[in-house]
Write a new protein. Sequence first.
Length: 152
Amino acid sequence: MESIKQYIFARNAALGTLAKAPEGKWNETPGSFSNNIHWNAGHIFVSAEGFLHLADDAYKVANPEWGALFATGTRPSDWPAQVPSEEEITSALQEQMGRIERHFSAKLGDNASQSVKIGPLEMTTVEAVLQFVTFHEGMHTGIINSLSKVIR
């Protein structure tokens, strides 16, 4: 249950950082950055959905069409004209937090449906994958914070 609490803490930090981001500047990409606030916010959502579906294949991915916009290797310069709005992403992140808590609270000790390997790290339990999702979220929250400071 501690991993769920840490995940919720990280998500609330991400939502707080997004709430403080400069209004109307989510789509600015400073020269030293490869992506913008909009992409990082969507990437947090998409990554959590994908990794946690690997952890438990009964976990249904919400907004699967967002993967083409926010998955690793994508970038805003390749986006079509219509993408999810800041409000849609923020709302999805809020909803996702509760959905993850409800779905995974009793499953943390379970083996992952599929092991997840990232570099030398192999995650074989639901809890290990959730811990990685939490770390990943914190990393992108820091990037969002940095972007906010640069574009003010």
